[in-house]
Design a protein around this ligand. Structure first.
Ligand code: HEC
Ligand code: HEC
Length: 256
């Protein structure tokens, strides 16, 4: 249901016809009675050492888990190097993304934290997120090896950006339990991997050398041609790989 301008103004507790709110609202700045102070955005990015950021994320995982870890590796590192405005961010709020948002196992927290960081510092964030998520779905992770550990962690391919699929596919490959120390170590290392990749991509974008190499795979493009925007059915949306969930397609496709 569409909310009319009149209803919005009423929700705001302002008499209809009072004009102050309308221009602010239409600019998407504020729906509160008091307009929020405009903030310069996005914050400027400067080149990071991907390995330094990865180490920060690995250690950050212990404090606030996956989403906090990746966000700290990028924005926390910028705060260390540059101070304000990066150091004004309430970093600990990023704990919300742990275990795919408050342990719901939806979007992988490492990816969620990276995407938040990317949107905070990039003028053109979506291609970077696309590349990061595409890479995450297809690569064997984790790769990161902490300097003071000889422990081997078996890598696996998530085929998904979801915490649930990523963790359970790893459990299947490694034979460890979802609440084991090994799984935690796996996610801490994967958090470092995601940060390293994110820093590399942001560095490339800054240097105008960014070239995506993880496009949406052809088998997913095919599905989307009928089921996504502009397709004959247009009854779905998204860039996730469909195949881990829809491996047993019904008779509707036999004729295709
Ligand atoms: C994480 C698992 C997952 C992924 C990934 C996924 N889907 Fe689904 N999809 C579902 C579930 C669960 C439903 C709901 C099925 C139901 O209730 O019958 C669904 C429903 C659908 C439906 C409607 C099914 C019907 O019976 O009408 C279509 C079409 C569909 N998905 C296409 C896609 C396409 C295309 C992709 C890839 C771009 C995709 N899905 C990715 C899990 C997934
Ligand atoms: C040429 C168009 C076309 C392509 C390509 C296509 N579909 Fe479909 N899909 C259909 C049609 C038509 C239906 C039947 C819709 C109905 O009966 O309401 C359907 C139904 C579905 C359904 C629900 C019923 C079922 O068969 O399970 C799912 C899920 C689905 N498609 C997923 C996918 C995925 C995943 C891909 C890629 C591997 C894909 N589709 C590729 C046209 C397409």
């Amino acid at each position: 249901m569409k909310t009319t301008r009149r209803e919005i103004i009423q929700m705001l507790g302002v008499a209809a016809g009072t004009v102050v709110i309308t221009p602010l609202f239409s600019r998407g700045v504020s729906v509160a009675k008091e307009p929020i102070k405009p903030v310069d955005f996005p914050w400027p990015y400067s080149k990071l050492d991907p390995d330094v950021s990865a180490d920060i994320s690995y250690k950050g995982y212990e404090v606030g888990r996956c989403m906090y870890g990746t966000f700290l590796g990028i924005i926390g590192r910028l705060a260390e190097e540059k101070g304000a405005p990066y150091n004004t961010f309430p970093f600990l709020m990023m704990k919300y993304g742990k275990g795919g948002v408050a342990d719901w196992a939806t979007l992988c927290g490492a990816l969620n934290g990276a995407a938040a960081a990317i949107y905070l510092v990039s003028n053109k964030p979506e291609p970077i997120v696309d590349e990061l998520f595409g890479w995450f779905q297809q690569e064997k992770l984790p790769i990161y090896q902490p300097k003071d550990s000889k422990l081997e962690i078996v890598p696996s391919v998530a085929r998904s950006t979801l915490c649930h699929v990523s963790v359970s596919r790893w459990c299947k490959v490694s034979k460890f339990k979802a609440f084991s120390k090994e799984r935690e170590e796996r996610c801490a290392r994967l958090t470092a991997d995601v940060t390293k990749k994110t820093a590399e991509l942001l560095n490339q974008q800054l240097a105008s050398t960014f070239k995506p190499v993880y496009p949406i795979p052809d088998h997913v493009k095919q599905c989307r041609a009928c089921h996504d925007k502009g397709g004959t059915l247009e009854n779905t949306r998204g860039k996730m790989d469909c195949s881990p969930c829809h491996f047993n397609l019904g008779t509707a496709h036999k004729k295709i």
